[in-house]
Design a protein around this ligand. Structure first.
Ligand SMILES: Nc1ncnc2c1ncn2[C@@H]1O[C@H](COP(=O)(O)OP(=O)(O)OP(=O)(O)O)[C@@H](O)[C@H]1O
Length: 364
């Protein structure tokens, strides 16, 4: 695959504060990449460095083989869409889309053709003479997208483009953006703090925290094989169950002894066993872990139960998601004592956060 954007050892400082610390990342031609992370992790700063809106302190950025690290934005080849629609309020929809085209030296006739083409793609042909304040948020964001794409950039940058929209419009527009991006084959980077959005849209997700990259991977890799405790905590739901290694082949969770996972764990280690709620099941196996069901919440396609480990009644809850068709078979009820099990293939181990000697279960 061709690398389109090559970011090497990028550092960005604001005074003495390091917003980006030694970021290296390769993005392939045509990929849809999401920068995902909590507020303040540096994702917008990285996007702005790529756009030239904030210059990097050190490191380099190559776009299509050309060093763009210190080029001003107007010398770079990208289109950008911001969270706030950033349309010119005094220009019509058609004029908003054509602004950059005139700057690019297109004739009036060429610009009209291009504008009509994009109005057709975003389904707003009849809105050409309207002003931005006569459009809904979703429509304005479509116009902003058309304006960015009308210039045929090599790179599309999207800075939380959906976060100001209501849930239904957001889901609809994310499908539209993704299918348009696939059709055009344009390399795209989207900043988001919404993990669902990233999991649904991205070819690869770059998970960031405190100015560093924690993990780069496909949505499935990020979800199934979180590379760090931070990723495991940030993406999806995860139980962290306090465990300890008591012998060469056994671990202990509360009062239950279980086979030791086939991982680098040695006798005496205290660790958290991380398991997603959907990867735990209620089991009739007498070796499984005894719990008491403390709450049940109907969630449509599944029921989320919160369970407490028997023998550790002060510990935090373990969440178990039961598919609705199993709920009927299992006849679960609040307050009941049951057993739960998990598979080693769908569990992870992380060093105990506050490495105290304890058998308390830590749920999220
Ligand atoms: N111009 C600036 N001057 C000083 N500090 C800044 C500046 N811009 C960003 N920062 C700091 O750099 C860090 C990263 O900011 P950034 O906007 O990249 O975060 P983010 O991950 O995009 O968060 P959010 O989702 O809240 O926008 C933050 O701590 C922020 O306060």
């Amino acid at each position: 695959m061709n690398t389109y954007l090559n970011i090497n050892n990028l550092v960005k400082k604001f005074g003495s504060f390091t917003a980006l610390s030694d970021i290296s990342l390769q993005i392939n031609q045509g990929e849809f990449i999401c920068f995902l992370g909590p507020s303040g992790c540096g994702k917008t700063t990285l996007l702005r460095a790529i756009a030239g809106l904030d210059l990097a302190t050190s490191g380099c950025i190559l776009q299509d083989g050309k060093d763009t690290t210190f080029l001003p934005p107007e010398k770079r080849d990208f289109g950008i869409v911001f969270q706030s629609y950033a349309l010119f309020p005094n220009l019509t929809v058609a004029e908003n889309i054509s602004v950059g085209l005139h700057n690019q030296g297109k004739s009036v006739a060429e610009a009209v053709d291009i504008v009509n083409h994009w109005l057709g793609i975003i389904g707003l042909e009849s809105s050409a003479p309207k002003y931005p304040n006569q459009l809904s948020g979703g429509q304005q964001q479509r116009v902003a997208l058309a304006r960015a794409l009308a210039l045929s950039p090599g790179l599309l940058l999207l800075d939380e483009p959906l976060s100001a929209l209501d849930a239904q419009v957001r889901t609809h527009l994310r499908e539209e953006i993704r299918s348009l991006q696939r059709k055009l084959g344009i390399t795209t980077i989207m900043v988001t703090h919404d993990q669902e959005e990233a999991l649904a849209m991205a070819d690869r997700i770059v998970v960031m925290n405190h100015g560093v990259i924690e993990q780069v991977g496909t949505p499935q890799e990020i979800y199934d094989k979180p590379a760090s405790r931070f990723v495991a905590e940030f993406v999806g739901n995860m139980n962290f169950i306090a465990s300890s290694v008591i012998s060469d082949d056994q671990i202990r969770i509360a009062e239950t002894l279980l086979p030791k996972p086939k991982r680098e764990l040695t006798r005496g280690d205290m660790f958290d066993l991380a398991v997603r709620p959907e990867d735990i099941e209620f089991s009739n196996d007498s070796q499984a872990i005894p719990v008491q069901i403390k709450s049940m919440e109907f969630q449509g396609t599944y029921v989320r139960t919160e369970c407490q480990l028997v023998g550790n009644m002060n510990g935090s809850m373990i969440k178990v998601d039961v598919p609705i068709r199993d709920v009927r078979k299992l006849e679960l009820a609040n307050g009941e004592f049951r057993r739960i099990s998990y598979s080693d293939d769908f569990s992870h181990t992380f060093p105990r956060k506050n490495n105290k000697k304890s058998t308390q279960a830590v749920g999220i």
